[in-house]
Design a protein around this ligand. Structure first.
Ligand code: GSH
Length: 256
């Protein structure tokens, strides 16, 4: 049995939901509510000791880290190949996957948390806050939840995130000028692992990826979203019960 513990349309979850759709692999959806801190329960931490979402459980064995999950899915199941056939292509794919997890995630974490999760942690009763925070395994995330419990990130921190957003587009333009997909001539996990972050970019800094400013990136984004798997993964469904007000809808993304 294949089960995916996920939180619907959040970037790292939608990335795996998209990969499973591209691959054509059915799975059992297990929704984890970040808003109820379900990813810090002992049951979830037994699957993913980092207390992060998503986690894939294959025949009882958990696999976590969304890029790793996606490589596993491509390797373990039948379906269209999502990794380039040659070693150079696979190296380029992994460069982009690492970029997605390090640069892109850090560009959007603070803006997303400020707009979505500050009210969640601020609603925790004062006497329960330390108990809630004590269950967060990763120091970096515990600090982020703590910061938001008393306010928000600073303007300087959010400005640094915008600089990273600009850098993401510069990097994409550079590679997409010489090839149609991020890792080369074929669609791959590089594209799957990056597209959720471009969805965030469209929300937080749409000008950066407007066709006039970033023609290659804008074109890649529309080509990627036009794939049937993207339409399905990014549209609200019974797998995304808490989506309301949580970002752009598919129809907003495909609008020019
Ligand atoms: N490197 C991890 C990052 C996962 C991650 O940050 N997930 C977010 C949701 S997109 C999360 O669990 N946030 C809740 C928290 O940090 O408490 C991966 O790619 O799986």
């Amino acid at each position: 049995m294949l089960e995916l513990y996920h939180t619907g349309l959040t970037s790292c979850s939608v990335k795996v939901r998209l990969c499973l759709r591209e691959k054509g692999v059915p799975y059992v959806s297990r929704y984890v509510s970040l808003r109820k801190f379900e990813h810090h329960t002992p049951e979830y931490l037994a699957l993913n000791p980092n207390g992060l979402i998503p986690t894939l459980v294959h025949d009882g064995k958990p696999i976590y880290e969304s890029n790793v999950i996606n490589e596993y899915v491509d390797e373990a199941f039948e379906g269209p190949a999502l990794r380039p056939a040659d070693a150079l292509g696979r190296a380029r794919m992994r460069i982009w996957s690492k970029f997605a997890d390090e640069i892109a995630l850090s560009a959007f974490l603070k803006p997303i948390w400020s707009s979505r999760f500050a009210p969640v942690v601020q609603a925790v009763a004062k006497e329960d806050l330390e108990k809630v925070l004590a269950r967060v395994p990763l120091q970096e995330r515990r600090d982020a939840w703590r910061t938001l419990s008393g306010g928000t990130f600073t303007d300087a921190e959010l400005a640094a995130c915008r600089e990273k957003m600009k850098f993401i587009v510069e990097r994409m333009e550079r590679d997409l000028q010489r090839q149609p997909w991020l890792a080369g001539e074929t669609f791959s996990l590089a594209d799957i692992n990056m597209v959720p972050w471009l969805v965030r970019l469209k929300e937080f800094a749409p000008d950066f990826m407007a066709p006039a400013n970033a023609p290659e990136t804008a074109d890649w984004f529309q080509r990627t979203l036009a794939r049937p798997a993207s339409r399905d993964a990014f549209s609200p469904s019974d797998e995304t019960p808490e989506y309301a007000g949580q970002g752009l809808l598919y129809r907003d993304l495909v609008a020019a």
